[in-house]
Design a protein around this ligand. Structure first.
Ligand code: DP6
Length: 377
């Protein structure tokens, strides 16, 4: 169910319609695109440069290809618009001067200006204001990385609107300025964000596809929405506090993440699920340990999150190699990675402990609660 390339529904731009008053034609410059959420296996947590959004460590995620975990964004440029304007889920989201939205929109206009200079036959639309409309079809800010899909969709919609030649890797530099994790949602499959070393331009801090969506089609994600309320401490402010106060973060970025990045890339390349799972769970654990080591401490998981960890740990004890990998972002919801043949058993197990959960359908059939053989309650 995972890893399919991210973007759908792109309209051709520009298309033409009648101008009713004069019977002449007028151009409408508009594009729609959508981008999915991504869930990190190696977590990004900490910035070394706040304005360029340069991270203190590299990270790696899986892009979820499902239709029900997406941001869909329409961008339109028109000379009659008095200002740039953005609506998120139907409500105006102010574009503050110098803020992240403003930066992303200005950077995209800068690319269009350069494109028009190099292609004089192209319409001059870089100076028009834009209206942008974005919808998430899942709870915003519930630890399901809505800013990641949101900024990826915004950048990609503007790239389509402006017919830009830039690659997803180049566009990831701009999505990163909206929200760090957004740079990874410009690719499907398994995606690394290399932290880079150029602190002046940040031009080497970008996303890279490690393996495509078709590389490991048996990989699935079971998302357990524990709570879809808006989270308490935002990622941005949480990681700022961590960088200033946590000694454990220094150990993590200096000694742990570099080898983990290499190890998980090799586990993905060879499709070694056991290694992939162990690295993913260890990295989630360390990210939440770093949150706890922050002063004052930050708690993203709750009792239900910890119960799911205990259940998956006991489940993994039943086989030589882990068959399930939990991971938690800045919220209490669990994402459990597993291979297709094991997903039903894991869903049965989760439903056994949480019978109040909504029904899970696999292969057209409702999953019944059950315990695997040998499982110690
Ligand atoms: C825990 O990308 O939301 O999900 O760059 O400040 O917008 P900003 O932070 P954001 O942080 C995501 C943190 C994380 C881990 C991850 O996705 O790698």
């Amino acid at each position: 169910m995972l890893v399919r390339y991210a973007f759908i529904e792109t309209y051709k731009t520009p298309f033409y319609c009648n101008n009713f008053s004069s019977h002449s034609t007028m151009s409408i410059y508009q594009a729609t695109t959508s981008a999915p959420v991504n869930i990190a296996c190696i977590k990004y947590w900490g910035k070394r440069n706040e304005s360029l959004i340069l991270p203190t460590n590299s990270s790696l995620s899986v892009t979820l290809s499902q239709d029900n975990l997406r941001s869909t964004t329409t961008a339109r440029a028109d000379p009659s618009f008095a200002a740039d304007c953005l609506w998120l889920n139907g409500k105006v989201d102010p574009i503050k001067p110098g803020g992240r939205l403003h930066t992303c929109i200005s950077e995209m206009k800068r690319l269009r200006t350069a494109f028009e200079a190099a292609n004089p036959d192209q319409p001059k639309i870089a100076s028009f204001n834009v209206h942008i409309c974005s919808f998430n079809n899942f709870p915003t800010a519930a630890g399901l990385a809505s800013s990641a899909s949101g900024f990826a969709a915004l950048v990609y919609a503007l790239a389509k609107l402006y017919a830009l030649p830039q690659t997803p890797e180049e566009l990831s530099l701009i999505a990163r300025r909206g929200s760090g994790s957004a740079c990874r949602s410009l690719f499907g499959g398994f995606v690394a964000w290399d932290m880079g070393s150029d602190d002046v331009t940040g031009l080497d801090s970008k996303a890279r596809q490690v393996a495509s969506e078709s590389h490991w089609p048996e990989m699935e994600a079971l998302i357990c929405v524990v709570n879809d309320a808006k989270k308490g401490t935002s990622s941005t402010s949480g990681m700022q506090r961590t960088v200033v106060t946590s000694a454990l973060l220094q150990h993590r970025i200096g000694y742990v993440v570099p080898s983990r990045m290499a190890d998980i890339e090799s586990a993905i390349a060879d499709k070694r699920f056991g290694d992939f799972a162990e690295i993913t769970m260890r990295d989630s654990n360390q990210f939440h340990a770093v949150a706890l080591d922050t002063y004052p401490p930050i708690f993203y998981m709750n009792d239900v999150s910890r119960a799911i960890i205990a259940i998956i740990t006991e489940y993994n004890r039943l086989s030589d190699q882990p068959k399930a990998a939990y991971t938690y972002d800045a919220g209490p919801n669990a994402v459990i990675y597993a291979l297709t043949p094991n997903v039903r058993e894991i869903a049965q197990l989760v439903l056994y402990y949480f019978p109040q959960a909504e029904k899970v359908i696999i292969g057209g059939q409702e999953v019944e609660a059950a315990l695997p053989e040998g499982f110690n309650e």
